[in-house]
Design a protein around this ligand. Sequence first.
Ligand code: IPE
Ligand code: IPE
Ligand code: MG
Length: 250
Amino acid sequence: MEVPQHVAIILDGNGRWAKQHGMPRNYGHTQGAKNVETICREAWNMGIKYLTVYAFSTENWSRPKDEVGALMKLLRNYMKNCMKTAEKNHMRVRVIGDISRLEPDLQESIHRLEEFSANQDGLNFQIAINYGSRDEMLRGMKQMLSDYGEGKFDLKDLDEKMFENYLDTRGIPAPDLLIRTSGELRLSNYLLWQLAYSELYFTDVAWPDFTKKELEKAVQDYNKRDRRFGGVTDPVSKPAKTDKGGTEGV
Ligand code: IPE
Ligand code: IPE
Ligand code: MG
């Protein structure tokens, strides 16, 4: 079985899951955060090298104030625990998104975690916090225009590769597979540039119930796909499939 190198996840459904269990939404977020840790471990055991999860979007600020507060508190605790987990599991943690809008202490613990784990050789774990693709691209463009204004590059040299260096995900390969839990069929401003050619997998399972088995199901489903990049078959990472009635190359 081919394991995707990079899996991106929109972890959704914490609130609905909690409601189903007769609990407040924030309980769902707590359980969801615990599950992130489990899935990090299972992903690495399966051979996944990069995992990127959507923890808080630029749009999520419009949630009720006390839910935003609870999510920030949870992220704060999460960063502390993540230090231990990163050490134990050799994870390299990076945060994508505009963290300048977060409380200074949270920004500080993000920096500490990133620096502390920078040389780890286990799972590359990206957490999207105050992340929105449009915001990421705009921030990137502003920086790029500023560099251009300072004569740092020629317009003729600007290509996709160079632009990617202005994104928060610089140095990280594009996701092979996107998973969204809990039934919604949208991207919610997540990795729009990076997901251009990723395989998409949607499941009705809510995030706190998304187990190792569910992850395996997603990877199995991914294996049934004929990955193509505008051509007939991906010539680089996957040999032509012959188990589907020989229809490839048509
Ligand atoms: C996803 O669960 C977690 C975050 C966005 C932080 P939700 O909070 O979106 O849960 P639902 O979609 O309302 O059930
Ligand atoms: C997407 O989930 C953002 C995160 C998972 C952090 P939401 O549940 O907030 O998405 P929308 O806004 O309903 O599309
Ligand atoms: Mg949701």
